[in-house]
Design a protein around this ligand. Structure first.
Ligand SMILES: [Zn+2]
Length: 234
C-alpha cells in the first residue's frame, strides 16, 4: 500500500513536470518576451519588409539578432499601431514596416560596422554624400537605440490604389538632412505625404523625431528604461 502511494506520488510529480515543460514550450511558441507580440498577429494589415533580416540595408548583411523576418513590439505599442493601421486602411493605405523591436546585439553590430571605416559596400544607396567616419559624430550610429525598448517602429505608407509605396521624397535609412521630416528640398506632394504619415501616427499616440521621417515611438512606452536583447523570432 505504501509502495503504491510512493509510486502515485512519483507519477503526480512526473505529470506536473511534463505539464510545466509543455507550458514553457507553449510560451516560447509565441514571442520570446511575454510583454511583446508579433505584428503579423497584432496588426495583420501591415506589410512587413524587415530590412535588417535581409541584406538590403546600410550594412549589407543580415543583422545580428534577426532570426526570422518578423516584427515584434510591446503589446501597448502594437495596440496603438493597430489603430493607426485601421485608420490607414480607411484612407486607402497600408502601413509598411521596416523595423520594430531591435535587440541590443543588433545595435552592437551597427557599432562594429561603423568602426570599420573601410567597409563601404552599401555607401551608394544609403550614404553617398557622407564620409563613413562621421556617422558616430553626427548621431547616425549610437551605442543604444530606442528601438531596443520595444515601442519604436520604422515605417512608411503603401498606397492600395497604385500598389506602390507612397513617395516620401527619400528612402528609409538614408543618412542625411534629406531624411529630416521638415526638410523642404522635396516637392510639396512629398512633404504632404510625410505629414500625412506623421499625422496618422501622432493621432494614435506616437511621437516623431526630428531626424527621420519614418521613425516613431509610443509616447507612453511601457519599458522606457529597458534595452532588451532577446532575438527577433516568433
Ligand atoms: Zn528607427
Amino acid at each position: 500500500m505504501k509502495r503504491k502511494t510512493v509510486l502515485a506520488q512519483i507519477a503526480t510529480v512526473a505529470f506536473a513536470a511534463i505539464g510545466a515543460a509543455l507550458l514553457v514550450g507553449c510560451a516560447s511558441l509565441h514571442t520570446p518576451h511575454g510583454g511583446f507580440v508579433t505584428l503579423a498577429e497584432a496588426v495583420p494589415d501591415a506589410i512587413l519588409e524587415i530590412r535588417y533580416y535581409s541584406t538590403y540595408n546600410f550594412v549589407g548583411e543580415r543583422i545580428d539578432g534577426y532570426e526570422q523576418p518578423c516584427a515584434l513590439l510591446s503589446k501597448e505599442a502594437a495596440k496603438a499601431l493597430k489603430a493607426a493601421s485601421d485608420d490607414c486602411v480607411r484612407r486607402g493605405y497600408r502601413l509598411k514596416i521596416y523595423d520594430a523591436y531591435r535587440p541590443q546585439r543588433a545595435v552592437a553590430h551597427f557599432v562594429r560596422w561603423a568602426d570599420d571605416i573601410c567597409d563601404t559596400r552599401m555607401k551608394a544607396p544609403f550614404y553617398p554624400n557622407l564620409d563613413k567616419s562621421v556617422l558616430f559624430k553626427l548621431g547616425y550610429i549610437a551605442e543604444r537605440s530606442g528601438h531596443s525598448r520595444g515601442s519604436t517602429v520604422d515605417l512608411t505608407l503603401f498606397d492600395m490604389k497604385t500598389g506602390k509605396e507612397v513617395d516620401m521624397g527619400g528612402t528609409f535609412d538614408w543618412f542625411g538632412v534629406e531624411s529630416h521630416p521638415d526638410y523642404r528640398g522635396i516637392s510639396a506632394a512629398q512633404f504632404k505625404n510625410r505629414m500625412l504619415l506623421r499625422e496618422i501616427m501622432v493621432s494614435h499616440g506616437f511621437k516623431p523625431i526630428a531626424e527621420e521621417w519614418w521613425h516613431f515611438t509610443l509616447a507612453n512606452e511601457p519599458y522606457p528604461d529597458t534595452y532588451f536583447d532577446f532575438p527577433v523570432h516568433e
